[in-house]
Design a protein. Structure first.
Length: 308
């Protein structure tokens, strides 16, 4: 049987590389879409040999990437303009997340890609005050408008990050709590990567053209996550506030002097409203199986990070 080809956009990123691993484990052939400046070392170490060079802000390069032969059956889009990499390279975050994603949708539609799996953000349709959240919703709408078959995975709050500070903090007995007392849907990037691979390879066409909330079985506060670490590791781990209470009073007036913080503070203000939870867990269960518990998620994380 012919091996399914899946193009991963943003393959060199942390989540992108996890998606590549998940696809390879399922026997797919990965075509990694990277920028000319991207470091391919990690992807090559995973066994990727099929690369296409393109940029979301360069429509012609996207057309070449999407029409590369043999054609890919699916595209998984995990690239993000709002990122540390874009800040370092002075990339246009807003243009990448708006025009760039429209360019990608146009290219996939023109190339006849059977499905696009979009890594989106939980409750993005309600977060109009957070630009890089709401831009994901705009991409979802554009996919529907162009009649490009898609599945949007709306991920909640990540347990891990590209620059993951949690393992070192947990070894010292604390879990960094950004918003004490605020429950949020919790996601581990390797779980999301597995769902993305399933969405590209296994989800029936009849289940496409919708968004799916992704998270654990119940919203988690920092204290709940710390308690899960305590149970998994068998030693005390307590939630420790990251920002002092005065932070949220002092910082907003200073945003005009530090524009890079504007989006970050908008995110925090929106999250503090307590709406970053799944409104419909049944879709995730139907497509990907039982939702993981907080403790199961923490246990996998601890195993992967060498904490146990």
């Amino acid at each position: 049987m012919e091996t399914t080809i899946v193009t991963v956009v943003g393959a060199s990123g942390t989540l992108g590389s996890h998606i590549v691993e998940a696809l390879l484990e399922r026997g797919a052939r990965v075509r990694a879409m990277v920028r000319a400046t991207s470091d391919r070392t990690k992807l090559e170490a995973l066994g990727v040999t099929d690369f296409v060079v393109a940029d979301l802000n360069d429509p012609a390069s996207l057309q070449r990437a999407m029409t590369a032969e043999p054609r890919a059956r699916a595209v998984i889009a995990s690239a993000a303009g709002f990122s540390a990499h874009s800040a370092r390279t002075k990339g246009d975050n807003s243009r990448t997340d708006t025009e760039g994603y429209r360019n990608l949708v146009d290219a996939t539609k023109s190339a006849g890609v059977a499905r696009v799996v979009l890594i989106s953000i939980l409750e993005c349709d309600k977060a109009i005050e957070v630009p890089h959240f709401y831009q994901k919703f705009q991409t979802e709408k554009y996919l529907a408008e162009k009649r490009q078959p898609y599945l949007s995975l709306r991920a909640g709050a990540f347990l891990d990050r590209a620059k993951d500070i949690v393992p070192d903090r947990v070894r010292k007995g604390c879990f960094p709590d950004i918003l004490p007392g605020v429950p949020m849907a919790l996601v581990y990037s390797r779980d999301l990567a597995r769902y993305a691979a399933q969405a590209a390879l296994d989800v029936p066409a009849s289940a496409l053209n919708q968004s799916v909330d992704i998270g654990c079985d119940t919203p988690a506060t920092g204290a709940m996550v710390a308690a899960a670490f305590t149970r998994v590791l068998g030693r005390p781990v307590v939630a420790k506030r990251v920002f002092p209470r005065i932070f949220f009073t002092v910082m907003p007036p200073l945003v005009r002097f530090m524009p890079r913080l504007r989006d970050s503070l908008a995110v925090v203000a929106w999250l503090r409203k307590g709406g970053y939870v799944s409104r419909d867990t049944q879709k995730q269960k139907t497509l990907f199986g039982e939702l993981p518990t907080i403790e199961e998620t923490v246990a996998r994380y601890c195993q992967d990070k060498g904490l146990v």
